[in-house]
Design a protein around this ligand. Sequence first.
Ligand code: NAD
Length: 246
Amino acid sequence: MKNINDAKKMISQSNNIVAFTGAGVSTESNIPDFRSVTGLYNNEEKYGYPPEEILSKSFFDNSPEAFYRYYKSNLVHIHARPNDCHHALCELEKKGKLKAVVTQNIDGLDRLAGTVNVLELHGSVYRNYCINCSKKYGVGHIVNCTGPVPLCKECGGIIRPDIVLYEEQLDSHIINRAVNAIRCADILIVIGTSLVVYPAAGLLHYYRGDNLILVNKTPTAFDSLAKIVINDKAGPIMIRLAGDFI
Ligand code: NAD
């Protein structure tokens, strides 16, 4: 309770907050994360490979059919809707308090909630392009495709999601914007991430303030760096923290 009140007070006094989020902010929208008990790591037997392997560039290149079987069933959730956490962050942005959401998520829920300055470190399932001619496609083309692999209407090339696969580099333009936002922030709120996926988790080291708030169901390796750690569900906690501005 004291932690929540202290965090709420810090948030009420700042107009320069940045949120850094992970898959845990979307589990309340029924999108599984990787490392919770019900996360995607626990259905490895069904597919025979861990998620990192299926979601790697070499796996995509060698077995696009198997990649799409996994990807469409586990990572594309077009009926998912933003939850209280996404909405609370959007409201803080509207009130001029939140400057950016830096997210590892590819589910597009921050944008659906209405947040404008969303830095998607790992891309988005909503954007797709042909690897041959670069023609762009929305997520509908992927979901509605009846064949094993979505193909380009113009040139017949394979379409891929505009997400960062394992073995690929993060977009340097997005990284620079994220580093700048984090470096300049008064308050950094880290929500729903195990902080084990690099280089994304390493961005936390650019934060120079001493108002790090961590909201995560389970402990992380960064807990000792935080001023306030709240081990609880992101949605209800963010509604309480942003309460005065919603
Ligand atoms: P992770 O699965 O490694 O960790 C999620 C963390 O969130 C866990 O520590 C868990 O305890 C916590 N958590 C789960 N539900 C929560 C809730 N309701 N409230 C608060 N905390 C909660 O996820 P990660 O750290 O984001 O790393 C996984 C990688 O997988 C990322 O790179 C991400 O791109 C990708 N991924 C994305 C999605 C998505 O877009 N929604 C889903 C699965 C995986």
